[in-house]
Write a protein that binds this ligand. Structure first.
Ligand SMILES: [Zn+2]
Ligand SMILES: [Zn+2]
Length: 98
């Protein structure tokens, strides 16, 4: 069983106003990243969030394992390791956990 750890730091939003206009503001004692919202000024900390996918996806057409291809917003794309012979892609949504 392979678990993929995908950082989702880019999805962090302000807990107060839900703005994505935040910037990094040093770190806490425990090593968590601190952020400050540019809209309301709220400071908050957040651990590095990761999304785990249990088991590597397998290509539905040729049964080869699939590799992480790219992350687009909340969508993770996998590409068949048989590429370019097999041009199968699969998409997964990143689920946020708080
Ligand atoms: Zn805010
Ligand atoms: Zn394939």
């Amino acid at each position: 069983m392979i678990t993929l750890q995908i950082p989702t730091e880019t999805l962090i939003k302000c807990p107060v106003c839900n703005s994505e206009a935040i910037y990094k503001y040093g770190k806490t004692k425990t090593g968590k990243q601190r952020f400050q919202c540019l809209i309301c000024g709220r400071q908050f900390s957040h651990g590095a969030k990761t999304q785990e996918i249990q088991g590597k996806p397998f290509c539905p057409s040729c049964d080869r394992p699939m590799h992480l291809y790219k992350i687009e917003g909340e969508v993770i794309r996998f590409r068949c390791s048989g590429y370019p012979v097999c041009k199968t892609f699969r998409k997964f949504r990143i689920k946020e956990e708080d």
